[in-house]
Design a protein around this ligand. Sequence first.
Ligand SMILES: C[S@@+](CC[C@H](N)C(=O)[O-])C[C@H]1O[C@@H](n2cnc3c(N)ncnc32)[C@H](O)[C@@H]1O
Length: 287
Amino acid sequence: MHKVVRNFGHIARKNAGLRGRVISIFTWLFGVPNLAKRSQMQDIFDVVAPETDDIIVDFGPGSGYITIEFSRYAKSVIAIDVREINIDLPLVIAQKIEFRCYDGKIENIPLEDGCCDKIFSGEVLQAIENRIELYHVWQKSLKDDGRVIICQGVGRPIIERAFQNKHWLIKLLARCGGPATFDEYSSLLNTEFRAKDKNFIPQEKIIEELVSSGFEIESIIPTPSDAVVTILEWTQYILKTLLGRARYINHPIVFMLVYPCCIFAKAFSNKRDLDYGILISAKMRDR
Ligand SMILES: C[S@@+](CC[C@H](N)C(=O)[O-])C[C@H]1O[C@@H](n2cnc3c(N)ncnc32)[C@H](O)[C@@H]1O
């Protein structure tokens, strides 16, 4: 089993300016400050289970920090995004990773038929107009025994329940200009995430679309654990409502304050009932 390392997603930045060097020292010491993904990464490793002869596609890698983690164990990783990824990789990592950029049109996805063993996609589905077409491209590019692994946020159940129960903090922040309803909050979040829809894609819809495109679901696990979800959801809600940006959840200061609580919460309970994020593993049905 691959363990999440202390300096998760760290890349030594050569020739970086002062800011780059400070970031580099921070990530070397503490890893990339992405609270949700850091809390989900052990689950991701367990399900993706990268092996030495695996060619893995990281579809929508963002800044590439998960790509780097996969490259530690896989034979090679192809990272495909609509944004140019420009990172100065050390040679030993650069030899294993290929970054490919395309224009976002499904027919132009730069993947050859039967080229990979696993496709990982983290928080990308909300940006895709026609997911069924995408799944067909994925199927063509997977080897016969290949798998797709999707990690996707599907809701904010703790905050939704807090709105329903008229939690005092929700009422207080609504008085200070915060969202009046959960739908409003969900819409604010998804607008910031540049999602095609103002609501999260429900888990059932993701499964239904995968199955109707010819995938067979191997496993679905909620991720991270409920205790961690509770911390992440409230932190994000407070940041979004008071400071206007949910993404501040990944600010290094927030990370330093909140991540220790997540580690403690995870040790305390690993119960998983909440539909915050799911990790799906699926293989092709008819091959
Ligand atoms: C929220 S980030 C997720 C980054 C990373 N996978 C993670 O889990 O943290 C979504 C990424 O998907 C990329 N993306 C959006 N539309 C895409 C598309 N049609 N094809 C490939 N990547 C896309 C975005 O550019 C962005 O890098």
